[in-house]
Design a protein around this ligand. Sequence first.
Ligand code: ADP
Ligand code: MG
Length: 352
Amino acid sequence: MAFLEIARLEKSFGPLRVVRDFNLSVEQGEFISLLGPSGCGKTTVLRMVAGFETPDSGAIQIEGRNVVRQRPNARKIGMVFQAYALFPNLTVAQNVGFGLKVAGVPRREAEERVAEMLALIGLPDLGARYPFQLSGGQQQRVALARALAVRPRVLLLDEPLSALDAKIRVSLRTEIRTIQQRLGITTIFVTHDQEEALSMSDRIVVMNGGIAEQVGTPFEIYNQPTTKFVANFVGTISTLVAEVEDPAGGAVRVAGQTIRLPRPVEAPRGGRIGLALRPEALHLGAGDGRDTMLPATIADVQFLGSVIRLQLHTGGTTVALDTFNRPDMPPPRVGEHTQVSFAARDVIVLDS
Ligand code: ADP
Ligand code: MG
């Protein structure tokens, strides 16, 4: 049995089924992200693990013991919220030491733990300050220290970076991940930001309408999405419609050309399937190892800095293509006729 085991969890608010048949096994020390659009049930799952919400049915086991009937305090869980959760009338040190005081940890030991936590978050000298004297990023680091001070078994983070400026958000990703790994603490991180989930997690749970649509490593979620929802929610994807020629041989026809996919196709001869492609799987002109080439017209050019994102009309649809910026080469222009190539092995076939 895994360190944290969630089984068949269900939760409704009135007629609204917010979490449905939610299952998840988390190994000790693992960093798991719950990723999904607003309203899909991420916070509700987290609140049930923390004990602020009671599931209608299902089990939540930590170290082999069902905690569903345990009060939040008894579960030994640390939680960090989106923002503004520090006690404004307490100093940083008092905030970080709050849980220790409640737990009756002796003063000397609590002071040592607070100092240790402030060092861990890189703010060793700010213990005497009040929250309003800190930046948003510093406040969230203090909130993290406060959650960790009681040495919880599980750390729950609910969109802790969402309210921060872009630059701070990115640097705090690394910082949170580093601290999490140093302590080896089992963590569930909630976010609607795919980049955060991809960059920080050991594994990601993509949620949609209260359901876990797919669970996998960032690599698997991005490169082998199993549903249309996952493919579209995580990253950008374009779909070419193809007609099946030979299901067993994986042969399909798109824009007058036959492509042999590396796997058999689960659709009848003459049926239509979608060939999904990530922007970086498409190449402008002929490319090494790209076995399919289609005529295309450039419909839009977005200069993003290190990457140029093109929209191209091809195969009866519009596809997104990424190409690296080259200082010695001006970007292509709208209206230009060109060719787009890709490799059959990079095609993602989505059935639902
Ligand atoms: P997320 O964190 O993914 O944005 P939530 O878990 O907060 O989603 O909410 C999921 C759904 O449940 C939303 O439709 C929300 O409005 C509803 N919801 C959440 N908490 C309550 C509540 N206490 N009472 C009624 N509806 C709620
Ligand atoms: Mg939420």
